[in-house]
Design a protein around this ligand. Structure first.
Ligand code: PLP
Length: 352
């Protein structure tokens, strides 16, 4: 085994709703609000398309994902040659790390962000340099101060998971100027949920900063977490490098078809964004708002010193949340679910 793998643990997914239900003896339905899935599910067009695509199961998929790439290219006004498709962003993050990181290189990111950036840096035997978050968002000034001649790849998560807050266009532009030639990955997994007007239009920065790599996924607002489709948009040069480490058939035919159908239904996506924003606002209008970090995503991060206690308390109401080192993360659910969650949180904090 590679020496550095001794530092890594095997990914532990949370327990399933059924496991927790029988363990805790809960009679009603459990609410799985631990993985930031889209509680409204995908567009009905996706289900229709999938039913019509079952005849494709015996064939290998289109290795290039040509039709989906054309649709993404058209949607963002980018070239097909700038797009890398992956089996979720998880695989995209792995491919980028594999393609550029050499033993001894530094990656730069913030503390308390998406863990896969660091996970793959360890596998590639790199050093991890971090700066703190500021109110749950990447502190780009603090991060810029950590750039050195050894920095090989920079990972930004905007809005950040697990905290939910975001940095704006002017903060990003200033940072990119300081990063110069170093490739900067912008993980925008939750971008489709953002309603803030000063959220960066990262596509508009590509010309001035050809080293940005924009990541998007169909797992979150498009509601396709199970089908695993994510993509990177970067320069043609970088994209041809990522493709050298891509597995030949990494995205299945049904996943490609589902993503095409989901992308086409922008009206449904707008409804998802609006419903989520209305429900998100209910959390900030409640009595527990001061325990929450600001969020532009489909989750809220509840700050508490007793992370496990709060998580266990929520479980007794059938609410499966996600304990993190900085608080308890809860996916914004349906209106009925949020009524239960907000009440449980208000009860919990009323005793504190
Ligand atoms: C910030 C961020 N990036 C990437 C991912 C991976 O997404 P997927 O592999 O489902 O596309 C997630 C999933 O939770 C995430 O929160």
């Amino acid at each position: 085994m590679k020496e550095q793998l001794k530092q890594l643990s095997i990914y532990q997914a949370g327990k399933t709703a059924d496991e927790l239900k029988s363990e805790l003896g809960i009679a009603g339905d459990m609410m799985k609000l631990s993985s930031n899935e889209n509680v409204y599910g995908p567009s009905p067009e996706v289900t229709r398309t999938l039913k019509q695509s079952l005849n494709l199961l015996y064939e290998y998929p289109d290795s290039h994902g040509t039709v989906l790439k054309q649709a993404i290219a058209e949607h963002y006004k980018v070239k097909e040659e700038s797009i890398l498709l992956g089996s979720g962003l998880d695989e995209v993050i792995m491919m980028l790390s594999r393609a550029v990181l050499k033993p001894g290189d530094d990656i730069l990111t913030c503390e308390n962000t998406f863990v896969q950036y660091q996970h793959h840096a360890v596998i590639e035997d790199c050093r991890i340099v971090t700066a703190p978050l500021d109110t749950g968002k990447f502190d780009l000034q603090a991060l810029a101060e950590k750039i050195t001649a050894h920095t090989t790849l920079i990972w930004l998560c905007n809005p950040n998971n697990p905290t939910g807050n975001y940095f704006n266009q002017s903060e990003l532009s200033a940072f990119l100027t300081k990063a110069g030639e170093i490739p900067v990955v912008l993980d925008e997994a939750y971008a489709e949920y953002v309603t803030a007007e000063d959220y960066p239009d990262s596509f508009s920065l590509r010309e001035k900063h050809p080293n940005i790599i924009i990541l998007r996924t169909f797992s979150k607002a498009y509601g396709l977490a199970s089908l695993r489709v994510g993509y990177a948009i970067s320069s043609d040069e970088w994209t041809s490098i990522w493709h050298r480490v891509k597995l030949p058939f990494n995205v299945t035919s049904l996943s490609l078809k589902a993503a095409e159908a989901a992308l086409k239904d922008q009206e449904y996506l707008t409804d998802v964004r609006q419903n989520n924003a209305v429900e998100r606002q209910r959390f900030y209008a409640s009595n527990i708002s001061h325990y929450l970090l600001p969020s532009q995503t489909n989750f809220v991060l509840v700050k508490t010193d007793d992370i496990n206690e709060l998580n266990d308390y929520l479980l007794t109401f059938g609410i499966i949340a996600r304990p993190t080192p900085v608080g308890v993360r809860i996916t914004i659910g349906t209106a009925e679910q949020n009524t239960v969650v907000i009440k449980a949180l208000e009860n919990y904090f009323s005793t504190k």
